[in-house]
Design a protein around this ligand. Structure first.
Ligand SMILES: Cc1cc2nc3c(=O)[nH]c(=O)nc-3n(C[C@H](O)[C@H](O)[C@H](O)COP(=O)(O)OP(=O)(O)OC[C@H]3O[C@@H](n4cnc5c(N)ncnc54)[C@H](O)[C@@H]3O)c2cc1C
Length: 500
């Protein structure tokens, strides 16, 4: 039996646009008051230049992603018992966990304002990551290789397949799994969670109350349901992406461009070049055909976050220089990903997965493949507690589930990946080029393992030594002069994790 009680209670606060709960106070180059007269002059030039040369920024996306056409089993007010698990959010993380946990016969309800809407982001993953979890049929395009333009003279070719996730196929597959395992859906926005000793109640903006033994927050980066006991000193990845119809482009169709660090497009744009030298951005590109390409100008990580307008202006200059004329924008995306920072307090009575759980790779911003891979482990732990044979609830349940997501080894490894982010934050354009030049010279086991969060602490330590060995003298100097503080912080945090 399932309880879905529609009760009268104090109405939720008026709905307002959800503000990100992560700190976003400042950006580089947004404070005009601190702008020198020179940079103000450059800024004016930037606008006139971009409008003069075929700026694509005024183009509006021609398509909105279509929702899935599916008959969902909605949760009905006449259902009378409580759920085992209530999942807030049906993004990639929430839907995957619902599909996995319901395989064990656990009663799951997924709450989302629009459970059938198509996910808005374009997701890229390494093909082997999806193959290892049997999701390769959810890639709609793969490239046998990737490449990294270090500078105008040097390109690195990476012998590792890359794929674009078909949001439609992945969501369809996960939702089909949910439906056949008996997951119920509720259309609504959760605005509050109340906890009792062995169960919790979620309150939705339509007045619905849902009760469950375990509440899982999969509502993304802007969640306010998960608590932290340390200051959230994230770095931020920010990017502007477009899926565009173009006259032509210069990229090989059998390689995706993981990073293009070239900056020759800034030859005539000194106002952009100076900033880019300090806080660099690169181009990420997925060429689908000679006329269709996904292009994304990306700031890998910055703190405070780089201005979005700055990123867009750099993209306009780059495409103009590459001779890419955008005829039509099919989709666009603003990418803002908090990276690194502390994990949520562990344990706590709301469990988290996805963007709100600290699982984003602190050095790359990737998350989808890892979330797909970790969900089965979390689901097994939930089944051990709430399945038919065991009845572990309350504090014991929360501790077990949080530990399935963040066992001690994963917490220690994350310290290392966060150290990677702190190092990247200190690198300017040339430093970043030298770093990635050495990084992609490592044995594939190491660079691939690092990017896919597969290495253990010993291997990560070996990677660091090896990276130092491969680095140029300038790069070694960067490491020696810029890394001691983050290194000491990482060692301290690792020691603390051991003591706890
Ligand atoms: C533009 C962009 C591009 C990205 N590209 C990649 C990539 O290429 N590869 C990669 O690995 N990662 C990528 N990421 C990072 C990460 O994988 C995505 O952000 C991913 O969508 C996070 O998944 P999620 O399920 O945790 O959250 P989301 O996808 O944000 O889904 C959250 C869901 O919860 C719902 N929700 C929110 N609040 C409530 C509430 N109060 N009640 C009920 N429901 C609620 C939302 O409507 C939404 O459906 C990208 C991120 C962005 C922003």
């Amino acid at each position: 039996m399932v309880t879905t009680t529609v009760t009268l209670f104090t109405p939720p606060p008026p709905t307002k646009a959800t503000l990100p709960s992560f700190p976003l106070p400042k950006t580089h180059y947004t404070s005009s008051s601190s702008c020198s007269s020179t940079s103000r002059r450059f800024r004016v030039r930037a606008y006139s230049n971009t409008s003069k040369f075929g700026n694509f920024l005024h183009l509006k996306p021609a398509h909105q992603p279509e929702p899935l056409d599916f008959d969902l089993p909605w949760c009905h007010p006449s259902d009378r018992s409580r759920f085992d698990v209530i999942i807030i959010g049906s993004g990639p993380a929430g839907t995957r966990l619902a599909e996995q946990v319901s395989r064990y016969g656990i009663k799951v309800c997924c709450v989302d304002p629009d459970p059938l809407s198509m996910w808005p982001n374009n997701y890229g993953v390494w093909v082997d990551e999806f193959e290892s979890i049997d999701l390769e049929d959810c890639l709609d395009k793969t490239w046998p290789m990737a490449c990294v333009y270090i500078n105008e003279r040097k390109t690195k070719y990476l012998d590792r397949g890359y794929g674009r996730v078909s949001r439609k196929k992945l969501k369809q597959k996960l939702i089909e799994g949910c439906v056949s395992n008996g997951v119920k859906f509720h259309k609504g926005k959760v605005w509050q969670i109340q906890h009792q000793e062995f169960e919790s109640t979620v309150l939705c903006d339509d007045g619905t109350e849902l009760r469950g033994s375990l509440i899982i927050d999969a509502s993304g980066f802007a969640s306010t349901f998960v608590e932290y006991d340390k200051a959230r000193n994230h770095g931020f990845q920010i990017a502007h992406g477009i899926l565009a119809e173009v006259d032509d482009h210069p990229f090989d169709l059998d390689k995706m461009v993981l990073m293009d660090w070239r900056d020759s497009h800034m030859g005539n744009e000194p106002y952009l070049r100076a900033n880019n030298s300090k806080f660099p951005t690169f181009l990420y590109a997925m060429p689908f055909s000679s006329n269709l390409i996904f292009l994304e100008e990306t700031s890998l990580v910055s703190r405070p976050v780089l201005s979005y307008m700055e990123v867009k202006k750099r993209m306009v200059a780059r495409l103009r220089h590459l001779g890419i004329r955008v005829n039509k924008i099919l989709e666009d995306e603003k990418c803002l990903i908090p990276m690194g920072g502390p994990l949520p307090r562990i344990p706590q009575n709301v469990m988290a997965i996805g963007g709100t759980s600290g699982i984003v790779h602190p050095s790359t911003g990737y998350m989808v493949a890892r979330t797909m891979a970790v969900a089965p482990c979390v689901a097994t732990a939930i089944a051990e507690c709430l399945g038919s044979t065991r009845m572990i609830r309350g504090k014991q349940l929360y501790a077990k589930i949080w530990n399935s997501m963040w066992p001690i080894e994963s917490k220690l490894n994350r310290q290392f990946y966060s150290f990677g982010m702190e190092t990247l934050l200190k690198l300017d354009l040339n430093g970043s080029r030298r770093f990635f030049d050495a990084f992609f010279d490592l044995k594939p086991y190491y660079w691939q393992g690092f990017l896919s969060s597969r290495l253990n602490l010993k291997e990560l330590a070996w990677l660091s030594i090896s990276l130092f060995g491969h680095a140029s003298n300038r790069s070694r100097l960067d490491i020696v002069t810029k890394c001691p503080a983050p290194l000491a912080k990482m060692m301290g945090n690792i020691a603390l994790e051991y003591i706890r």
